[in-house]
Design a binder for this molecule. Structure first.
Ligand code: ATP
Length: 476
């Protein structure tokens, strides 16, 4: 029988249908039309640029293997992409070779594009029933590399719970929010990586809201919104980064609403990040905001001095680097804006050391940081912290030093000790002396009590976080 484009494609579809699940088959393979067969090159037509990219990204291996079965090992695939003529002046279609198909002539490179796929070869998995998608995760963003401190304890622990039991916990959705460079993406990705580690069969997808909106707009142009929504409804753990950008995209919010409802009702997990608390997300539909409140919103704050040291040390350890402790302390002390800047300072320091072929020492650190950020001009004192706390809680200064056992005073005193330990270089003994001659063990006990209370009492935690920021500002 003569081979035609249709017959070849129809044979390919028979194989593909046995391998992929029904829904992705309908979404990603049924809309494809066989156009032309020229020797060993099959031209297929796909409805959009997005569709083409999606196939290339997720199904290129499957397509290549299938086609090679039908047309031999020299087989090649070309796409004809339906183009929106209104937006770019093309005449309705554009032909593109499957850029990666040539790789498949080399048997050793059978699956170069399915990254993080738990399934090595879709052809040997009997009755494969899960959608194969690249979860778009960066393997370096793990819980292990995400240092825990008072600034992120609640969010990090909630993230772990979600990863252990996705969809089957009360943190659904989990909304992680916080300022620039404080680790929202890292933590959200860590959840995805942990889910894949603990539950390899779960379908995880990380996507930025911007990408989601672009995909939606592509599908909308191609009258394929239902396909778009159906695709997202197949995911077990959907992680959407920077949801604040939805505020500019009313119609994408409608699609997200449909996806959210379906996933939530089916016991699937949603993880969202935002640069502000959900209640401050202007331009977001109320029905979405009310759904965000169903789960848990956890914030990320600026890490305190000790956590900043730990972050720097872990980063250096991971990269096999070393530098004197006093330099680490100097960097941590002077950069208290966010973690990205902290990492930036470390990189600048290493670069300067390697360019100038000189050891990293305090002198070099001072020079580099001078150009990098405004270093702390003032060393914050215990007295200054005491005054700030007294003002904040409206507690008389002398009461802080006396032996009063009144709860408000005791807590204010404990918080002051905690902040003094985090933000000054004084020893525990000196800190104790500033509180009417208390013992260093009292300071240790106070710091521990503050940490414990921050885990259990959200109002207390908010107070400490606000005071932390005030102290950090005063030290700049
Ligand atoms: N607790 C932490 N432990 C270790 N590394 C951290 C921690 N928090 C943040 N980082 C690192 O800081 C950098 C910035 O983090 P990330 O990109 O996740 O921030 P973000 O809050 O998503 O920022 P943006 O608001 O700009 O999107 C990353 O390299 C991340 O690994």
């Amino acid at each position: 029988m003569t081979k035609t484009a249709e017959s070849i494609w129809s044979n390919c579809l028979k194989i593909i249908k046995d391998i992929v699940d029904w829904q992705p088959y309908k979404t990603w393979f049924e809309p494809i039309k066989a156009v032309e067969l020229k020797g060993n090159v099959l031209l297929i037509q796909v409805p959009s640029q997005f569709f083409f990219e999606y196939l290339e990204e997720h199904y290129v291996t499957l397509l290549a293997k299938t086609l090679k079965r039908e047309l031999g090992k020299e087989a090649r695939l070309e796409y004809r992409i339906m183009v929106d003529s209104g937006s770019n002046g093309h005449n309705g279609t554009m032909d593109v070779p499957a850029g990666n198909m040539k790789m498949y002539n080399n048997n050793e490179m059978d699956f170069p594009l399915i990254i993080n796929s738990p399934v090595k070869n879709p052809f040997v998995i009997p009755g494969l029933k899960k959608m194969q998608i690249d979860p778009q995760l960066n393997a370096t963003y793990t819980f292990d590399s995400f240092i825990e401190g008072d600034c992120n304890r609640v969010a990090r622990r909630a993230g772990k719970t979600v990863a252990e039991k996705p969809g089957a916990n009360s943190f659904n959705p989990l909304v992680i929010y916080g300022g620039v460079g404080l680790g929202k993406t890292h933590l959200a990705q860590a959840i995805g990586n942990e889910v894949k580690r603990l539950h390899p069969n779960k379908v995880v997808l990380y996507v930025s809201s911007e990408k989601f909106i672009n995909q939606f707009q592509d599908h909308s142009r191609n009258n394929a919104i239902n396909d778009f929504i159906h695709f997202y409804q197949l995911i077990d753990v959907l992680i959407i980064d920077d949801v604040q950008f939805f505020s500019r995209a009313e119609r994408s919010q409608d699609a997200f609403f449909a996806i959210f409802n379906h996933l939530h009702q089916s016991g699937k997990q949603l993880v969202l990040t935002s640069d502000k608390p959900p209640k401050d997300l202007d331009g977001m539909q109320e029905r979405l905001l009310s759904r965000f409140r169903w789960g848990l919103s956890a914030d990320l704050q600026i890490p305190d001095y000790e956590t900043r040291i730990e972050i720097l040390e872990r980063k250096m350890k991971n990269d096999g680097l070393d530098m004197p402790k006093e330099v680490v302390k100097y960097v941590a002390y002077n950069i208290s804006t966010n973690v990205r800047e902290l990492e930036g300072a470390l990189i600048s320091l290493l670069a300067q050391s390697s360019l100038n072929k000189r050891e990293i020492d305090l002198e070099l650190a001072k020079k580099v940081l001078r150009n990098f950020v405004k270093t702390s001009s003032k060393e914050i004192t215990i007295d200054a912290i005491q005054k700030m706390v007294c003002e904040y809680f409206d507690v008389p200064y002398d009461k802080l030093l006396q032996k009063t056992r009144k709860r408000e005073i005791v807590q204010a005193r404990q918080i002051t000790m905690y902040l003094a330990k985090a933000f000054t270089k004084n020893s525990l003994k000196t800190i104790g002396e500033h509180f009417g001659g208390r013992d260093h063990t009292t300071v240790i006990h106070s710091c521990q009590t503050v940490k414990d209370l921050m885990d259990t009492d959200s109002l207390f935690r908010e107070n400490v976080m606000e005071l932390t920021q005030k102290v950090q500002l005063a030290a700049m």
